[in-house]
Design a protein around this ligand. Structure first.
Ligand SMILES: [Zn+2]
Length: 82
C-alpha cells in the first residue's frame, strides 16, 4: 500500500516539474518574437488557440496578431480594444 502512495507522490512531483518547464519555455518565446509555425497562439477576438502556421496574421501598430479566421481579423480591425 505504501508503495502506491510513494509512486503517486512521485508522479505529482513530476507533473509539477514538467508544468514548470513548459511555462518557462513559454516565457522564453513571447508571442511577438516571430514564434515557430507549430506554436499555439491565442486569437484575441474569440480566444481560440490556433497554430501560427495556419493563423491569419495581422500587423497593427508594430504588433503582430494571429486570428483563427478572416472574420476574427476583420472584427479586430473594427474594434481592436474589445
Ligand atoms: Zn477567432
Amino acid at each position: 500500500m505504501y508503495k502506491i502512495i510513494i509512486i503517486l507522490v512521485l508522479l505529482i512531483i513530476l507533473f509539477f516539474m514538467v508544468r514548470r518547464a513548459i511555462r518557462d519555455w513559454g516565457e522564453s518565446n513571447p508571442p511577438n518574437a516571430a514564434p515557430g509555425k507549430d506554436v499555439m497562439i491565442q486569437d484575441p477576438v474569440c480566444k481560440t488557440y490556433v497554430t501560427v502556421g495556419t493563423a491569419i496574421v495581422e500587423e497593427t501598430a508594430g504588433k503582430t496578431y494571429y486570428f483563427c479566421s478572416q472574420d476574427c481579423a476583420r472584427h479586430f480591425k473594427r474594434s481592436p480594444t474589445s
